[in-house]
Design a protein around this ligand. Structure first.
Ligand SMILES: *Cc1c(COP(=O)(O)O)cnc(C)c1O
Length: 352
């Protein structure tokens, strides 16, 4: 599903980078905040900036405690290792990042398998979850974790409604499962829907947010949960080599992002809608109206492959990503302006 476009040495300079919201560069102000950070030994709990970030994210997500990790993928792995034992089964959407894009980490690191459920826009229903429950017997793998992505990446940045999350986590709990939220873009969901992040996070045992997507920091993600769960997560952070030293430099960038880059996510969402509307006017391109900052365009009916589109766009300085056999993904973020959207749309029209 994920098909990174290799850099073409002959391609012109990138004018508009819609490849991913991970492509943001730290702003001058963020770099200044990082330079000024007070630091200490993170793994001994002595880095004041890391401690401030963890406390702030715990409050933001309505949890007792939080732990800083280098990446979102490590948050997923640490959470899975904390919740699951070898032989366990995780239930997630069939397009989940933990299935598609983390190198098989649940299987390789935790010895846990992931059962992928189908459903439109990266979401599945309560009926689908109920239908997937195996019941406890010595024959079936113990199903110990429900994992949900808010927003769903391959589902087009779709926002799970609060009521669906409450229903799904209720079913999971009755079945003796823990619940984990991959909140790589949870703040996009919160800003777009007006539902506070802590309300989305409330029925989940663990939840994390990423600072390297739309928030624009160079690294860092924070996983939150009960003090007891985060205490156990610390052992996995240590085991995976994720315990750090003067990491407050990084946390200062994340704190800066919380101060200055959250409310502005609304601009990314408006730009995504403008982009989707413009693309929908191009013959053969099918777009779903985006909930947040990810726009998926199905180009099957244009007679060109997505690779074709991506390289023709790249020749005009527009970078997009190819997702599967028929789709392009275009992400709006901190480094994409409303004007850039018009530039990108003009490039699409010139090709068509
Ligand atoms: C990007 C992403 C991750 C991984 O986060 P990294 O910080 O890149 O490791 C996990 N889940 C989803 C849904 C993502 O989009």
């Amino acid at each position: 599903m994920y098909a990174p476009v290799p850099p073409d040495p002959n391609a012109p300079e990138v004018r508009v980078n819609l490849y991913s919201d991970t492509q943001t560069r730290p702003t001058a102000a963020m770099r200044e905040a990082m330079m000024a950070a007070e630091v200490g030994d993170e793994q001994l709990g002595l880095d004041p900036t890391i401690n401030a970030l963890c406390a702030r994210v715990a409050t933001l997500l309505g949890k007792e405690a939080a732990i800083f990790l280098p990446s979102g993928a490590m948050c997923n792995s640490v959470a899975i290792l904390t919740h699951c034992r070898p032989g366990d089964e995780i239930v997630a959407h069939e397009t989940a990042h933990i299935i598609e894009a983390e190198g098989g980490a649940p299987w390789a690191l935790a010895g846990a398998s992931v059962l992928g459920l189908p459903g439109p826009r990266g979401m599945f229903s309560a009926e689908a979850l109920r239908g997937a429950l195996r019941g406890r017997s010595r024959y079936s793998p113990p199903q110990t974790l429900l994992a949900v992505e808010q927003t769903s990446n391959l589902g087009g940045g779709a926002i799970w409604p609060l009521a669906t999350l409450a229903e799904l986590t209720g079913i999971a709990r009755e079945a003796g499962m823990a619940a984990h939220m991959d909140g790589a873009r949870l703040l996009n969901a919160a800003v777009a829907s007006g539902v506070p992040a802590r309300d989305f996070a409330a029925p989940f045992d663990t939840v994390w947010i990423d600072f390297t997507k739309g928030l624009g920091a160079p690294l860092g993600a924070v996983l939150a949960g009960s003090a007891e769960t985060i205490g156990r997560a610390w052992r996995w952070k240590q085991r995976l080599g994720g315990s750090l030293r003067q990491a407050g430099i990084c946390a200062a960038g994340c704190l800066h992002a919380l101060d200055y880059h959250v409310e502005r996510l609304a601009e990314d969402h408006a730009n995504a809608r403008r982009l989707a509307d413009g693309l929908a006017e191009i013959a053969g391109i099918a777009v779903e109206s985006p909930d947040t900052n990810l726009v998926y365009a199905d180009v099957a009916a244009t007679g060109r492959t997505p690779e074709d589109w991506a390289s023709a766009l790249r020749r005009q300085g527009i970078m997009v990503s190819v997702m599967g056999r028929t789709r392009l993904r275009l992400c709006t973020h901190l480094d994409v302006s409303a004007e850039d959207i018009e530039t990108a749309l003009a490039a699409f029209r010139a090709i068509n």
